[in-house]
Design a protein around this ligand. Sequence first.
Ligand SMILES: Nc1ncnc2c1ncn2[C@@H]1O[C@H](COP(=O)(O)OP(=O)(O)OP(=O)(O)O)[C@@H](O)[C@H]1O
Ligand SMILES: [Mg+2]
Length: 180
Amino acid sequence: MSRNGWSNTPVISGPLKLQCVAQCYRNGWSSEIGIHNNIELEKKYKYVSPILTDKNKTMQILINLLQNAKDALAVADPSLAKKLSVCTRLAPDKQHVEIIIADTGLGISPENLARIFSFGFTTKPKGHGFGLHSSALLVKELGGLLQAESAGIGHGATFIMTLSLGSVSEEKSEIHEEQI
Ligand SMILES: Nc1ncnc2c1ncn2[C@@H]1O[C@H](COP(=O)(O)OP(=O)(O)OP(=O)(O)O)[C@@H](O)[C@H]1O
Ligand SMILES: [Mg+2]
């Protein structure tokens, strides 16, 4: 499991621009995903203001979800289009933000969908089954919710992380799409 050094950095609570999710790609994965594996990356940032959160925990969760999406796309039917989408949007209650990572990869069977957050559950030859379990614990520590959806094998998977807006900074995002 790639930790990218996040666990060694001090805990920082503060405003986080969710667009930095996509910077994971710029800082290492973009060429691998976009060019070699022919994966289309779609970014839909409908919510762009910073949220007040623990940046390290939030980024660790997102890295786990993105790594899983990448793994699922790598083993998907090669004849199907490979798409990874990252979306942020205000939740219907307007008190939370939803961060959605969706892929058109392998998908998850209904039996496995019920077990994927269990410690040690993995279907990967070199998997540990730690990523989603630890992500679910981290989201809980942040007072949020992590949900998984899949219509089954061959139908991709969607992970929705819901976080409280907290005390949202009034600062408007100055990150433009072309900078991400
Ligand atoms: N996007 C996804 N598409 C399909 N299956 C997924 C996806 N994300 C998770 N899974 C399933 O959930 C299982 C558990 O994921 P989890 O991240 O906890 O462990 P892992 O990726 O197998 O290993 P690691 O501990 O290295 O992360 C995976 O092995 C896989 O079967
Ligand atoms: Mg994983």
